[in-house]
Design a protein around this ligand. Structure first.
Ligand SMILES: [Zn+2]
Length: 151
């Protein structure tokens, strides 16, 4: 990450309904460990995957947004959540393409697309092309990387 310190990124703020240039969030591993649970750290900072059906990102009704567990960036609206049957929270679209960085991931012998928080680089999950309308995308996320904020 050398040379990226102090970088800027344009992020969409879902509640305000606007995007703005903001500073990237960069911390050392030791700093992340202090503010995250061991599971959040393993998944979000080390690219781990939680076991299917191991966590619950409910509620599935109501209104609100899922934020990045590491930096609080708005990532998904509850309205975009759907039941995929995979055991991981699944969404058909993010609040904005600005807030998610997509990266080719060839680990595990499969060509997949990794989804990362655009502001802090947290590993969120993977994106697949077998989602429902209107986007046809399935953002298959880890609960450990998300925090639900109602309202
Ligand atoms: Zn983040």
């Amino acid at each position: 990450m050398a040379g990226r310190k102090g970088g800027k990124v344009r992020i969409y703020f879902a509640r305000a309904g606007t995007s703005a240039e903001t500073g990237k969030v960069e911390k050392t591993d030791a700093e992340w460990k202090k503010i995250l649970s061991p599971e959040q750290y393993r998944v979000a900072r080390k690219g781990g995957t939680e076991r299917a059906f191991s966590a619950h990102c409910e509620p599935t009704t109501g209104h609100g947004f899922y934020e990045c567990a590491c930096c609080g960036t708005d990532l998904f609206s509850l309205k975009a959540k759907f039941e995929s049957g995979t055991g991981w929270p699944s969404f058909f679209e993010p609040v904005s393409e600005l807030n998610i960085t997509l990266k080719p991931d060839k680990s595990g012998g499969k060509a997949r697309t990794e989804a990362l928080c655009a502001r802090c680089g947290a590993h969120l999950g993977h994106v697949f092309d077998d989602g429902p309308p209107p986007t046809g995308k399935r953002y298959c996320m880890n609960c450990a990387s998300l925090v639900f904020k109602p309202g």
